[in-house]
Design a protein. Structure first.
Length: 463
């Protein structure tokens, strides 16, 4: 067995950096704008020109904010104009009674039994990705983030609208979303912080146009589905389930425009996050051949040569540990933002009303007081006490409390299944000298992509 490798971690800024430089770094990438001491801090205070924020990195404080008193710490009302153009009043950005109503209507679509029903669509997307990689059959490295984005978008479209990504409308949304990301160099956490209104507008006019085009496409899909539902010919997928669920409190369903908001967040949150984690998982395995071989053997043993079944996922224990460890090291949503609604006292420090509270899975998951050798890739830790103790308090890739990710169960099946299918089909190898640099956009991505060599896996893996 090779020793646990240390995967890439972005450089931190020097402790003494001018205020202006800090702001410039922050706008470019939030990781490199932070000092190294944040990884060891329990709480840190930041004052910039535009906002006053506190990063909390202590499990009991995070518990207070996300689980004990979430209503005292709503999501900040400020998001960049182009994100608002894309998401409208989606469940991801609302608060209070609006948010509660939205969750009452969305949550039933993700209950345990429904997950089983989405499984075939996930398998079909995995098979299509494997065929796509096989056709490209090149000895040259492949940019794997691009591939996992395609795959995760395919999963979302198949589960939400019963459409493969090759379908004209689904593909149009996917392509337009890529244009949105390209025209949105500032699509990072700064989008969620209260910077002056003029700032995002100047930079993001093209992103705003792109967002409106995406919404127009999603509106057309949603309207078509509403017609199918009224005729009784709609497929039984997530879109139909969400559109036909009545809020038990008010007896109402989503209006058409509200539904477009929800579809937009499902597409964004549901594919960007899984794509990011899948790409990092493949990179971690490519850099650690022994662990990859162990995972591939498990995939071959459990899946055999046939089509994966839902019951197989439970038996892919080691691959699940690889997935958890990837979500620890590269949590796709690296930081979450909340706002105080009244004066608070944290760690004996007075916090005024309206301050930003930053909860950072990125820092929490690498805290040396909580994790043994926190920067090491070590899936084995998930079978040790350390991880079992931390699983519900210091590992929050899906957040926690009432605002926990609606797709958490979905993503835990999707990630494990797709990794197993890909590892059964291919061997992944890192390219010497090409080390990806993590940057925080809306999700954690690699600055210049992740390039891996891929070849069909021989039958020599053994079982
Ligand atoms: C590895 C995959 C995923 C990760 C790591 C992830 C992570 C997260 C996190 C951390 C949040 C909370 C953000 C915050 O409070 O600021 C969130 C919210 C959300 N996620 Fe996910 N997510 C993933 C996959 C998915 C999928 C597959 C879907 C849907 C199919 C989804 C739908 C949502 C929605 C709708 C919310 C908003 C929930 C609310 O605010 O009440 N996510 N996700």
């Amino acid at each position: 067995m090779s020793p646990c490798p240390i995967p890439p971690k972005p450089a931190s800024r020097p402790e003494k950096t001018s205020r202006l430089r800090q702001i410039l770094l922050f706008r470019r990438d939030i990781f490199t704008s932070q000092p190294e001491r944040l990884y060891r801090a329990k709480m840190a205070e930041f004052k910039t020109l535009f906002f006053h924020s506190y990063l909390i990195n202590q499990p009991d404080l995070i518990h207070t904010v996300l689980k004990e008193r979430p209503e005292d710490f709503p999501k900040s009302g400020v998001i960049s104009s182009s994100l608002k153009d894309l998401l409208g009043n989606a469940v991801f950005v609302t608060n209070g009674a609006t948010w509660k109503r939205q969750r009452r209507m969305i949550d039933p679509a993700f209950e345990g039994g429904r997950l089983r029903e989405t499984f075939d669509a996930m398998v079909a997307a995995g098979e299509t990705a494997i065929a796509r990689i096989n056709i490209s059959n090149t000895p040259e490295p492949i940019e794997i983030e691009e591939e996992t984005s395609h795959l995760a978008a395919d999963v979302i479209f198949r589960t939400l609208f019963s459409l493969p990504i090759t379908h004209r409308d689904a593909n149009a949304v996917f392509q337009e979303f890529r244009a949105y990301q390209r025209s949105q160099p500032l699509l990072n956490l700064a989008s969620f912080l209260p910077v002056p209104g003029w700032m995002p507008r100047i930079f993001n006019r093209e992103a705003g146009r792109s967002a409106r085009r995406i919404r127009a496409l999603l509106s057309a899909l949603t309207e078509a589905r509403a017609i199918e539902i009224s005729r009784g010919s709609a497929p039984d997928d997530l879109a139909t389930k969400i559109m036909t669920t009545r809020d038990p409190a008010s007896g109402t369903c989503f209006e058409a425009a509200e539904m477009v908001d929800q579809v937009a967040i499902f597409f964004l949150a549901g594919h960007e996050t899984s794509a990011s984690a899948l790409a990092w998982a493949l990179y971690l395995l490519a850099s650690d051949p022994d662990t990859q071989l162990r995972a591939a053997r498990e995939a071959q043993r459990v899946l055999g040569t046939g089509r994966p079944r839902f019951s197989d996922v439970r038996r892919l224990g080691f691959i699940r540990d690889v997935w958890r460890e990837t979500l620890r090291l590269y949590p796709p949503v690296p930081m979450m933002l909340r706002e105080t609604t009244r004066p608070e006292r944290f760690r004996n420090r007075a916090i005024r009303r309206g301050a930003q509270i930053v909860i950072s899975p990125w820092h929490l998951h690498r805290h040396p007081d909580l994790w043994h050798r926190p920067d090491h890739f070590d899936p084995g830790r998930w079978q040790r006490d350390e991880a079992r103790e931390n699983a519900s308090t210091a590992w929050i890739p899906f957040s926690t409390g009432p605002r926990v990710c609606t797709g958490a169960g979905f993503a835990m099946v999707e990630g494990v299944l797709l990794l197993a299918m890909l590892l059964r089909a291919f061997e992944f190898r890192a390219v010497p000298g090409q080390v990806p640099v993590p940057v925080a956009h809306l999700t954690v991505r690699a600055r210049d992509g992740i390039h891996l060599k891929i070849r069909p896996r021989g039958a020599d893996t053994g079982t």
